[in-house]
Design a protein around this ligand. Structure first.
Ligand SMILES: C[S@@+](CC[C@H](N)C(=O)[O-])C[C@H]1O[C@@H](n2cnc3c(N)ncnc32)[C@H](O)[C@@H]1O
Length: 240
């Protein structure tokens, strides 16, 4: 796999990723993921996939909710982030795949649930590319399968949105730079957050990527949102 700049970024910060995250979100990233994982767990099935899993925080929250007949799979294109995940006792035995979200090495219709946490901004290389990534997720989901996406978003109130952007600029790059020495990468992260879609526009992207029953729950005045959606049921199922 050819290494791209985002891979280089996460490769460089993998061991400090969680502490920086915790500081810039004031520890809120944990309950946000836990809430998304709780929502995801309403989906039964044999196979769950956590893509762009990074160091495995979301995967751990999924494991806390998983049933005995369900197997969790993890995928990310950063070997270094996966290496940090592999050091966690709970994740040692979990199937981890080095994979690009735009070209997942899984068969069509193979998962009951796909989750993605705090990584959609990285796939937002333009609307067309973002739709392509979610078409790919749709492809690997089984008909009737569920997507749960938790990501920063844009508060509806212009005032709160402005405050959120000021906070992002004041906190993310300085904290990231202080703890990792990598200013450029954290600048990229700040900009990806400020320029990301709002929850309504992301709804449309999921619809354009073939998802149905698209809905979202805003958190922290809309600065973060959990989107859920389903892959259309196989129409032949109705005739059986
Ligand atoms: C902000 S981290 C989120 C990690 C984890 N999901 C969490 O909640 O902490 C973004 C992750 O997405 C991964 N990523 C970004 N673009 C990717 C792509 N095209 N394919 C696979 N993984 C990707 C990065 O390597 C990184 O581990």
């Amino acid at each position: 796999m050819k290494r791209n700049p985002v891979q280089g970024f996460y490769g460089g910060i993998s061991t400090r990723y969680e502490i920086v995250n915790s500081i810039i979100t004031l520890g809120l990233d944990r309950p946000w993921r836990q809430r998304a994982a709780g929502q995801a767990a309403s989906q039964d099935g044999e196979r769950w996939l956590d893509i762009c899993c990074g160091t495995g925080d979301m995967s751990m929250d999924l494991l806390a909710n998983i049933g005995p007949n369900t197997t969790l799979f993890m995928a990310d294109f950063s070997k270094e982030m996966l290496d940090v995940a592999s050091e966690k006792e709970e994740l040692k035995e979990i199937n981890r795949t080095l994979a690009d979200a735009f070209n997942l090495p899984f068969k069509d219709d193979s998962f009951d649930l796909v989750t993605i946490s705090f990584a959609t901004r990285n796939l937002n290389l333009g609307r067309g590319k973002l739709e392509k990534a979610f078409l790919e997720i749709n492809r690997v989901l089984k008909p009737g399968g569920k997507l749960v996406n938790v990501e920063t978003s844009q508060p509806d109130s212009r005032f709160v949105r402005a405050l959120f952007h000021i906070y992002a600029k004041a906190m993310i790059t300085p904290t990231g730079y202080l703890l990792t020495g990598d200013r450029k990468s954290y600048d990229f992260l700040t900009n990806s957050m400020i320029n990301h879609h709002d929850a309504h526009s992301f709804n449309e992207i999921l619809g354009a990527s073939g998802f149905r029953e698209v809905e979202f729950k805003p958190m922290l005045f809309g600065a973060v949102a959990i989107h859920s959606a389903s892959k259309q049921q196989d129409p032949n199922m109705n005739n059986q």
